[in-house]
Design a protein around this ligand. Structure first.
Ligand code: TTJ
Length: 650
């Protein structure tokens, strides 16, 4: 047999494959062996995908060879112009011919796999090809042989393509025996092959895929797959063990430029996202640009739909992609040229043009699908599910933020605010929460620093009424209090960590003071109720008056009856000082009258007090400003020397 120059080159090419099989098929183990099969199957699938065949059969033969056949047009049997040999011979001997060849004749070729039939030839003991077309049958065989030096020459044509007779059949039949000098095993795994064929059947709607295992006598196996619904059937299958939220998957396809996009999706009542993507039938397990495009477009289309039908109002935040993909099962399948793979396992699509192509098709096809009244029900179900997911997401994020905030507070230093006491006996220690910086300053100077700590409040703390915990935690004044007490707040409140036995609120005897007390009590009632129940919260009672005879000891009066009494006993020539605010007292006076356990007055706050304040504050914070002012003065005034409030004197 004579060979032209190009034939010699061809043989050198196949030789290169034999030298480094891993470069072409990944490995020489079972995976690589399966790879050989897929190289051939890809060709047959291409023919089917382009509409020229509707059946692909795979047979695992007794001699460990494998037969793949389709009922398509057949590999060209004519003489290839440049090569001077038949198309069949080019396909099986020209390295990369599969790709080039396929690309010219088809829209899309197998791509990554498509290093081609020549690689299979190079790594096989022998290959037999039969083509049936135009009522004629053709055959060519290839095999490996050893030359004089003992070197293996593989993939050599045993004879030129020949016509073997007449036939009414149509298609291509390829049988190959993988070379046991290359592969560690010749045993293909039936289940692996079967699974992939099922997948291919889903990906290529209407193509009947059959698998026969004739390797062992009496243990023949057969499977066939044909899905007239294609991706839609695939999604139904993936959702089989789940509860789908609507009966029929949403299924559409379209073209953008020369990229074909097909997508099917269906939501189930679960929460996980299951997106399977493919390019030219190759699974892209690491995702890539096409998946990104799908997700982005789904988010946009669904949000636009929600706004249009009023499920989202102008003021509402848009749904996030993850909301819309909760419980989604989707298959995205692309057919395109010159695919590029990236990623750890080279299973991520890298082509940048894939993203806008998928986006365009989803926008173009899904939008009218949803707006079609026929599909209003499933559209509504998807929207409802996503809205719920968004709600849960927002709540979860808040809870997380709150937890983080709480945690931060528990560990936060209180530099510059809290003047802590030196003693570490928590049972003795007292925390004065003092209204205003100036009174805070006096308290700081006048206190017994061994057991008294001072926390001045600057201005009014946030009114906790109608505020969420997260907002309370944002407030500087409350943050200081929470940190100082050490107990945390709300559900996390733990009395065991309380650093003070008494928490004493010191505020002025005026309207503002009353307001601040009310806010603080409401805060304790809402978020640290145990603190009140366990009797740790007090209100300091500064005197309202100081009367003094010239040169005599001052008498402090805490209410009007007491003043009357004092004035009586003093007769004439006295001075009367009326205290309006804590700031009017110097440090010594403040200590003597309000802070010194010997002689001060404290009112222990009971849960009834706090509940009443809570109730009052609720009323107070209503819309009517007038009634609000009145209430503060009338009822929320804890300086009223009402006996009901005088629970304790110390
Ligand atoms: C190419 O363009 C002209 C018409 O035929 C086209 C073609 O090659 N079709 C084709 C190839 N159908 N089936 C194959 C094929 C099938 C198997 C099993 C193996 C290989 C290598 C090719």
């Amino acid at each position: 047999m004579e060979y032209s120059v190009s034939n010699i080159k061809v043989m050198e090419g196949l030789d290169a494959v034999r030298m480094r099989p891993g470069m072409y098929i990944g490995s020489t183990g079972q995976r690589g062996l399966h790879h050989l099969l897929w190289e051939i199957v890809d060709n047959a699938i291409d023919e089917a995908a382009n509409g020229y065949a509707n059946e692909v059969n795979v047979t695992l033969n007794r001699d460990k060879s494998v037969t793949v056949c389709d009922n398509g047009r057949g590999i060209p049997v004519g003489i290839h112009q440049k090569m001077g040999v038949s198309g069949v011979e080019v396909v099986f001997t020209q390295l990369h011919a599969g790709g080039k060849f396929g690309n010219d004749s088809y829209g899309y070729s197998g791509g990554l796999h498509g290093v081609g039939a020549s690689v299979v030839n190079a790594l096989s003991r022998w290959v037999s090809v039969e083509v049936f077309c135009d009522n004629r049958a053709y055959k060519q065989e290839f095999s490996s042989e050893e030359n004089e030096d003992g070197k293996i020459i593989s993939g050599k044509p045993r004879y030129q393509l020949m016509e073997t007779g007449r036939t009414r059949k149509q298609g291509t039949v390829v049988t190959f025996l993988p070379d046991d000098r290359v592969f560690e095993t010749l045993d293909m795994n039936y289940d692996v092959v079967s699974k992939r064929m099922r997948e291919l059947a889903y990906l290529n709607r209407g193509v009947k895929m059959t698998l026969d295992d004739n390797r062992e006598w009496g243990k023949n196996r057969h499977n066939e797959f044909m899905y007239s619904g294609g991706l839609s059937d695939f999604v139904s299958y993936l959702n089989e063990d789940k509860t789908a939220l609507y009966p029929t998957p949403i299924h559409f396809s379209g073209k953008s430029g020369d990229i074909l996009v097909e997508i099917a999706l269906q939501h189930n009542d679960g929460f996980t996202e299951n997106i399977f993507s493919y390019v030219n039938n190759i699974p892209t397990t690491e995702g890539g640009t096409h998946e990104t495009g799908f997700k982005a477009a789904l988010t946009k289309v669904m949000n636009d739909y929600c706004r249009k039908v009023g499920a989202l109002k102008d003021k509402d935040a848009s749904l996030m992609g993850e909301d819309l993909r909760e419980g989604i099962t989707a298959v995205v399948s692309l057919k395109m040229h010159t695919i590029q793979f990236e990623g750890q396992t080279k299973t991520r699509l890298g082509n940048t043009e894939a993203r806008p192509a998928v986006e365009a098709v989803v926008l173009q096809m899904l939008t009218p699908y949803l707006e079609d009244l026929k599909h209003a029900e499933e559209a509504g179900i998807i929207v409802e599910k996503a809205l719920k997911a968004a709600k849960v997401r927002v709540a979860a994020r808040k809870a997380k933020e709150t937890a983080r905030e709480k945690n931060k507070l528990e560990n936060a230093p209180l530099v510059g605010k809290l003047s802590s006491c030196t003693g570490r006996d928590y049972a003795q220690n007292e925390l004065f929460i003092v209204e205003g910086d100036s009174a805070g300053g006096s308290a700081k100077q006048g206190r017994d620093r061994r057991f008294q700590a001072i926390l001045p409040l600057r201005g009014k703390p946030l009114n906790v009424e109608k505020k969420r915990l997260e907002q309370v935690l944002q407030n500087e004044e409350f943050r200081s209090i929470i940190t100082a007490l050490g107990t945390s707040i709300g559900e996390d409140f733990n009395l065991d960590n309380l650093k003070y036995n008494k928490i004493i609120i010191l505020s002025d005897a005026d309207q503002d003071g009353a307001h601040i007390r009310a806010i603080l009590l409401t805060f304790f009632f809402r978020y640290m109720r145990e603190l009140i129940l366990d009797g740790h919260v007090y209100m300091g009672m500064p005197p309202l008056y100081k009367v003094q005879k010239n040169g005599g000891e001052p008498i402090y009066c805490y209410d009007d009856p007491a003043l009357k009494q004092a004035l009586k006993s003093l007769g004439k020539n006295y001075t009367l000082q009326r205290y309006k605010g804590l700031g009017e007292m110097n440090p010594e006076q403040l200590w003597e009258t309000t802070m010194n356990p010997m002689g001060r007055r404290l009112v222990q706050v009971t849960i009834e007090d706090a509940a009443e304040v809570e109730h009052l504050v609720t009323v107070l914070m209503g819309d009517k400003v007038q009634s609000r002012k009145e209430y503060i003065f009338e009822y929320a005034n804890f300086n009223k020397r009402d006996t009901a409030y005088e629970k304790i004197r110390q």
